[in-house]
Structures are given as C-alpha cells and as structure tokens.
Ligand binder design. Structure first.
Ligand code: SAM
Ligand code: SF4
Length: 364
C-alpha cells in the first residue's frame, strides 16, 4: 500500500522516502502538513516572533559564488562598508525599539584588518547597549582564532548556510577552488559549535539542478548537524551572476516559494524547538510571503536596519523588497503583518533557540 499523509505525519518517521512524499504533497495533504507544523510551532516555541535587526555591514566580498549578486566579479554595483557611526546609529535604533537582537552580515573578507574591525564594533555595541543585545554574526567562513575573538567580544550566534548539503550540487554553484570548498564550509559549521556559538545554517530552494531528493537530504543534514537555527529561502536569479544562464530551467518562482513553505513546515515538525527564520526572499516572491512562513512554522524575522542609501547595493537577488524604506517604516509594516499572521512580537527578549539550552543542559 502507498504512503498516506496521516500515517506519515503520525509516525514522525523522517526517512528520505517520507520526506520526499511530504515535499510532493498537494491539496488536502499539503493542508494537513501545514496544520501539523502550525500546531507543533504553537506547542514547542509558542506564537512569539523574535526580531533580529539586520545590519548589512559591507558588500565587499572576496568570493565568487555563482548565484550571488554581490560576488566579487560583479562590477555593476557600488561597493560600500558602513562607518562605525552608521552601525552604532542602527544599533541605537534597535536598542530603543527593544529589538534585543541584531544580525551583522557582510560579504566574506578574511583579513586581520576585517577581524579587528568587527571585534571593535562588537565591543562598542556591547558597551552602548549595556551587553543587552543578542548578537548574531553572518560573516562567512572564518578561522578558529577569528571566531573565538568575535565570540569573546560579544558574538552569540553565527549563521553560515551550507547552501546545499549535496557536494556535487555545491560544486556546480560555486567556482571549483580552495576558497569555495564544500568540506571547509562543513568544517566551519562544526567549528562554530566548538567555539560555543548557537549555530545556524540553511539552504537555497529551487536552485538549478536541485531535486527533491537533495532537499530531503538537506533536512536530514540539519537534523544530523543538530543545529539551533535554520534560515532557508527560495533561490532567486540575478542577471549579473553566472547561474543566470540556467534561468529557463528553474521552477516557476511560485513553486520555489511553495517548496520553501513545505521545507519550513517539515523542519518545524522534525526539529521542534529550533529557531526558523522567515526570510526576506520569501517576500520577494509573495508580498505576504514572510507571514505565510510564520504560519507554517517560522518564528524569526530580520527587519532591515541598513541605512536606506546602501540598500540598493546589497542586492543578492533581483526584486529584493523594502529597499526604498527606512527602518521605522519597516517596523510599522512588520507589526501589522505579524499580527495578521496570528503571532505577537517578543520585544525586549533575545529569543534564543530553546534547542540550544536543552542540548547544553543535557551535555553538562
Ligand atoms: N557572505 C556570507 C555568506 O555567504 O555566508 C553572508 C552573506 S550572504 C549574502 C547570505 C546568504 O545570501 C547566502 O548564504 C545565500 O544563501 C544568500 N543568497 C545569495 N544569493 C542569493 C540568491 N540569488 N537567491 C537567494 N539567496 C541568495
Ligand atoms: Fe560573498 Fe556570501 Fe555572496 Fe558568496 S554568498 S558571494 S560569500 S556574499
């Protein structure tokens, strides 16, 4: 007899076959998957959404990922790095608005100068906010000493997407050289854990050459790596990148969006107490995309705090939303949207993944 949705959801057996079945669900089966994910979210993490104010610190990057609009060889963008004052102004906004958490993100730069710059910023942010901010870093692959230094200066969580857990697909979407090594990416994710960060990873969904089996393996990868946070979003093409030549082979954007919702829903059922981000890329495809992600299991949103004049220069993909808005407009718009999704905002709370503390207390 074939698989049935009730049996698969009831068994909580996350074999690859069952995961592919769930990723293929349509109609009533899909509705049941989303309902189970919503129920799991309510039961294990509640209906509070936590904000991470996103500061896109610099679009300088030494890497050349084939999908990314700010890759080193894209000459069609103005490069910028925020000044210390611009960062601290954004931090002050987040602090006053009781966001409680920040993400500092940038292109990947490996240099002692960059390490020192980030250490200095972390120290100043901690001082200006009386150590009250939960800081997430998303600054690419870095060595042990750098990660340790940033942790000591106030970094609490680190996001490093694996992008795809399939090595052969990984090599198709990156240049084949030592700076874009799949094994190094995995090793860095492990290093993050060893350094004591709350560890976040994630993938893009709807990449050229990607299959449902790849996506099922991505879900198993998150589980096996026992991560604390996941940020997954649809892959969105950018015309100034090498992967753009494959645009006619991609799933329609709406299907990439729907697959992302299913990935979020399944992951919530699999890893009940982790943090799952509702990514901006969801909103690039559907105007209420982030709210839809909250409804099926996501519980983190990253309102953009990058000064408006730089936003058009941090275009990872086409049609990135909210590039014309200042932080205050973003906030009001988000509050309405989150209420609409049936959730409330956890102002003044760090909203760390319960998963991290459960693991830590089990290990002690
Ligand atoms: N440089 C750091 C890194 O690569 O980890 C952090 C910044 S990078 C811009 C953040 C994420 O943007 C990447 O992990 C990737 O998943 C996502 N991204 C880049 N290009 C994208 C695209 N065309 N569509 C969707 N997401 C994209
Ligand atoms: Fe650089 Fe990150 Fe974009 Fe790759 S994904 S090109 S490392 S900013």
């Amino acid at each position: 007899m074939g698989l049935t949705i009730d049996a698969v959801l009831g068994s909580e057996d996350f074999s690859k076959e069952n995961l592919i079945f769930l990723l293929q669900s349509q109609g009533e089966e899909r509705t049941k998957l989303f309902a189970k994910a919503a129920e799991t979210k309510r039961k294990y993490v509640g209906n509070t959404v936590y904000f991470r104010g996103l500061i896109e610190y610099s679009n300088l990057c030494t890497k050349n990922c084939y999908y990314c609009g700010i890759r080193k060889d894209n000459k069609n963008i103005d490069r910028y790095t925020l000044t210390e004052k611009e960062v601290l102004d954004a931090v002050a906004y987040a602090y006053n608005e009781k966001y409680a958490s920040l993400v500092i993100q940038s292109g990947e730069i490996n240099s002692s100068k960059f390490t020192a710059e980030i250490t200095n910023l972390l120290t100043k942010i901690s001082k200006a906010t009386h150590n009250s901010m939960g800081i997430t870093l998303s600054l690419g692959e870095q060595d042990r000493e750098t990660l340790r230094q940033w942790k000591d200066a106030g970094g609490r969580r680190y996001l490093l997407r694996i992008e795809t857990s399939d090595e052969s697909l990984y090599t198709k979407i990156h240049p084949q050289d030592t700076t874009h090594s799949f094994q190094k990416r995995i090793n860095t994710i492990k290093l993050l854990r060893e350094t004591g960060y709350q560890v976040g990873t994630g993938v893009m969904i709807g990449l050229p050459f990607q299959t449902l089996e790849h996506l099922a393996n991505d879900l198993l990868f998150f589980r096996d790596m026992d991560v604390d946070m996941v940020g997954m979003g649809p892959y969105i093409e950018h015309k100034d990148t090498p992967l753009y030549v494959h645009k006619d082979t991609l799933l329609p954007q709406k299907e990439r969006f729907d697959l992302t919702l299913k990935m979020i829903a399944i992951l919530r059922i699999m890893m009940k107490d982790i943090n799952i981000v509702s990514t901006t890329a969801m909103q690039a495809i559907d105007p209420i995309g982030r709210e839809k992600a909250l409804k099926v299991g996501a519980n983190i949103i990253m309102p953009n705090l990058t000064p408006q004049k730089y936003r058009g220069s941090y275009l990872l993909y086409q049609d990135k939303p909210c590039i014309d808005e200042e932080a205050e407009q973003c906030k009001t718009c988000l509050e309405i949207r989150i209420r609409f999704a049936g959730d409330k905002i956890g102002y003044g709370e760090w909203g760390d993944a319960k998963h991290f503390f459960r693991k830590t207390s089990v290990n002690n």
